[in-house]
Ligand binder design. Structure first.
Ligand code: SF4
Ligand code: SF4
Length: 477
């Protein structure tokens, strides 16, 4: 009996940890990261992507639909308008499913391509790049900014710094107003804010979000990504040897070092040189200030700036591009990247199931909701003509955005008398309360408690009938 148990390599992906003795120096206030601007396909892609998201963020709250703000999380009215759709607190499960879908989409993308969300879509990155761009426009290139910070305050430095902070504050304030505009009607918000007529709470929220934007994108920057954001800490759990991350090809790059440009590429091995000319450009363009040549690091947000920078250097040196590239650990070790692997397929499967559940719930969502409250003051009463009467309050919630007529009927009680309006009209997105009483002869009541149903029905503009059957009790004795 010498049968061997197959062994599977489950060594986790190694994530380089920074030298903790350097941490204090690295994050001290006088050790700022001066990000150098870079150009290349990934940078262009991020810019366009950023413009689209920024444009959507800025424009969406200004769009009106049927006379109302199309996208509005109205906290005061407890409803969420999304074009023709109105979501109520009763639809919270939809929101929960949406969050689950978003979480699994993030797991899937992270397992497949690392922290690309951080590098290309995260608002922190987008706003940081806007602030860096403004910094460059007011204080100059990386080297000019370093020199400016080193020299004592003079008139030129004062003006440049003032203009930069003014620009940052303007962007922060516009961002905050736009964001708050998703929760309160945006045109009145802008009007009231700039005429000093906003309420205390609205003003405080605008100031709070403006301060967060100014602080996060202007001052905190990479500290948010490396120390505060929890995603940075747990993302490596999702990584495996086939995850595509920004990586430096050690085998190709080492031994790094400067060399005259005239050495032909084919002669590098004979001189004991790799492809890396140790120009440090990949470090200078990195928004988190790391050296990707040290290996995969949890601070890396997969923004690809170092890829663009290094490819530019390789082009100038007449070397093949891709010394730093999106690659997997398996590929760097000479193997191939497995796309179809159990973990990724598992995430994709759960993601598809959750999307299916979300869509089904969304399609099955009724545009009508009915709530019934019994009169708590009396169980029942006898009318002058000897009938047994129960009193209820019906709440009809019209979840559509159109004005609708509703018909109210009772099921489960023979020969009843209905007192109150049996036809009511409710505006789109409104709740209508209506007191009604039901009376019947005692001979019809076989039990002290009879299960009955209120049926509320309507017809949509498309001719589709919508009805809700809400159970309640009819009491006697
Ligand atoms: S190492 Fe490269 S990809 Fe990672 S954050 Fe820095 S520049 Fe971006
Ligand atoms: S940009 Fe490329 S060549 Fe320059 S130091 Fe970085 S890896 Fe080496």
């Amino acid at each position: 009996m010498s049968e061997r148990i197959p062994v599977k390599d489950v060594t986790p992906v190694k994530v380089h940890q920074p030298d903790s003795s350097n941490e204090a120096i690295r994050y001290s206030s006088n050790n700022r990261i001066y990000v150098r601007s870079v150009s290349g396909p990934l940078e262009t892609f991020r810019r366009y992507f950023g413009f689209i998201f920024l444009g959507l963020f800025a424009v969406l709250p200004w769009i009106t639909y049927e006379g109302q703000q199309a996208v509005l999380f109205d906290l005061a009215e407890q409803r969420f308008n999304l074009f023709s759709l109105t979501l109520w607190p009763q639809d919270l499960t939809l929101l929960a499913y949406l969050f689950i879908v978003a979480a699994f989409a993030l797991f899937f993308v992270t397992t497949f391509a690392g922290r690309v969300w951080c590098g290309f879509m995260c608002p922190q990155t987008t706003w940081t790049y806007i602030f860096i761009w403004l910094e460059e426009k007011t204080e100059g290139t990386r080297n000019q900014r370093i020199k400016l910070d080193q020299r004592p305050m003079d008139a030129d430095k004062f003006v440049r710094k003032s203009v930069k902070h003014l620009a940052w504050l303007t962007v922060a304030l516009l961002t905050a107003l736009t964001f708050v505009g998703y929760f309160t009607p945006i045109n009145t918000l802008f009007l009231e804010f700039f005429t000093f007529n906003t309420g205390v709470w609205t003003t405080l929220w605008v100031i709070f979000f403006a301060a967060c934007t100014y602080g996060n994108a202007g001052w905190m920057r990479e500290i948010m990504c490396t120390h505060i954001c929890p995603y940075a800490r747990f993302q490596s759990v999702m990584f495996d040897k086939d995850t595509l991350t920004v990586a430096y090809d050690v085998a190709r790059g080492e031994r790094r070092g400067p060399r005259p440009r005239k050495i032909p590429y084919s002669e590098l091995p004979s001189k004991g040189l790799g492809d890396c000319i140790d120009c440090n450009l990949c470090v200078q363009v990195c928004p988190t200030g790391i050296d990707i040549r040290n290996g995969l690091q949890y601070e890396c947000i997969n923004c690809g700036a170092c890829i663009d920078a290094c490819n530019g250097v390789m082009e100038k040196m007449n070397y093949p591009k891709g010394l730093i590239r999106f690659s997997s650990e398996a590929q760097l070790q000479g193997g191939t990247t497995k796309v179809l692997r159990p973990k990724l397929v598992g995430y994709a499967f759960v993601l598809l199931v959750m999307i299916g559940i979300l869509i089904t719930n969304f399609l099955l969502r009724s545009s009508l909701e009915v709530d019934i409250r019994r009169d708590r003051n009396s169980l029942y009463r006898e009318t002058n003509d000897g009938l047994i009467e129960n009193v209820y309050t019906l709440k009809i919630l019209n979840k559509s955005q159109q004005h609708r007529q509703y018909q109210i009927e009772v099921e489960g009680l023979p020969d009843y008398r209905f007192t109150g309006d049996q036809r009511v009209s409710v505006k789109g997105g409104e709740v209508f309360s209506i007191p009604v009483s039901i009376a019947t002869d005692a001979y019809n009541l076989l039990e002290p408690v009879t299960e009955i149903h209120f049926k509320v029905s309507t017809e949509t503009e498309e001719g589709e009938s919508v009805s809700v059957l809400e159970p309640t009790k009819f009491l006697y004795r």
